[in-house]
Design a protein around this ligand. Structure first.
Ligand SMILES: [Zn+2]
Ligand SMILES: [Zn+2]
Length: 334
């Protein structure tokens, strides 16, 4: 690629896979600017073409959507695709650039080779020296092994935010604590007292209120009523909000709209489980329309979204659709 092409680009999201660099190395590579692409292409076995224009490339489709999600890890992950998403006037970047990094450490969809998959969801978000683990997946052992695969030390997890009290989002918590983590645990108030009592004996448990700041740029939406009630993670980026949902039981469009209203900012990316597996294509179409009305720019559905709904989102969002699964890393400049 020409240096002219990349000069002045101040924002991008990179999907990294099959790449043995740690989260820390990724951040470091990103901070040093243009060399990130050459650095990454070295570990992409040629599939991350340095001459390709990322703007012209749509996200690669998931290859496992028709298979049993639990068994899907046997299929190789899709070819990684760099995504350059600067859609407004590029601004020159000067000095140190801090990245917001989201790593999917547990999902039923595969993405990166070496990552295990099972029903559930967990994403690790870092910004500067702070971090948040959103949900803990459906298996403690698998969560820890996947974190290790992504070079994330469980003992260094500072905050855990649990979206809702379903086992595929909470089952990894005990293993995380047993591995030496001493995080603050943020729960919707509706969690059962038995759950709260169990974990308040081992860590600080905090019942969230809407908009509670958990780490710099990272907040909770607060508990949204549903069956069960649920909270989403909201990350404040210069391009707008990133909303991460666990299962979105209250309705993903309802949660996204609540985030937009509460934080009074545009929605840049919605990712996670959208819970549309049993919805008709007509219902999904209406939710996509609502996303478009709200002004959602990018979507990265996974977990309980459902194969058909994922395909509908891919079709509707085109290049703004991001394929994700276990081991996908999204970086956003802040
Ligand atoms: Zn659920
Ligand atoms: Zn779930």
């Amino acid at each position: 690629m020409s240096s002219e092409h990349w000069s002045g680009i101040d924002f991008f999201i990179l999907m990294l896979t099959r790449c043995r660099v740690s989260t820390r190395s990724i951040i470091k590579l990103t901070v040093i600017g243009l060399s990130i692409l050459s650095g990454l292409s070295a570990c992409q076995t040629g599939s991350f073409s340095s001459s390709a224009n990322p703007l012209s490339k749509a996200a690669e489709p998931l290859q496992q959507e028709d298979s049993d999600p639990v068994a899907a890890s046997e299929t190789p992950p899709p070819t990684p695709t760099p995504q350059e998403m600067s859609e407004s006037t590029p601004q020159p970047t000067e000095g140190k650039v801090e990245m917001i990094t989201i790593t999917i450490v547990f999902d039923n969809y595969p993405y990166k080779e070496g990552m295990q998959t099972a029903w559930g969801f967990s994403a690790f978000v870092t910004y500067k020296d702070q971090n948040v683990l959103f949900d803990t997946g459906g298996s403690g052992l698998m969560l820890l092994e996947n974190m290790s695969e992504m070079n994330i030390n469980p003992a260094e997890v500072q905050n855990v935010v649990l979206s809702h009290e379903h086992n595929d989002h909470t089952a990894g918590l005990q293993a995380l604590l047993s591995a030496g983590a001493d995080p603050k645990i943020y729960l919707p108030p509706s969690f059962s007292s038995s759950f709260k009592n169990k974990f308040s004996q081992q860590a600080e448990v905090i019942e969230v209120v809407p908009g509670l700041l958990i780490a710099e740029r990272i907040s909770t939406l607060g508990e949204i009523q549903g069956s069960p009630p649920e909270q989403a993670l909201v990350i404040d980026t210069p391009r707008g909000l990133v909303v991460i949902t666990g299962c979105a039981h209250p309705g993903v469009e309802k949660m996204v709209l609540a985030a937009k209203r509460q934080f009074k900012e545009e929605i840049y990316l919605v990712m996670g489980g959208f819970h549309l597996g049993s919805s008709s294509s007509y219902q999904v179409k209406n939710i996509i329309k609502e996303f478009q009305r709200i002004g959602v720019v990018h979507v990265a559905p996974c977990h309980c979204t459902g194969d058909r709904a994922i395909n509908q989102f891919r079709e509707a969002f085109g290049e703004n659709f991001i394929s994700v699964g276990a081991g996908a890393v999204i970086e956003i400049e802040s």
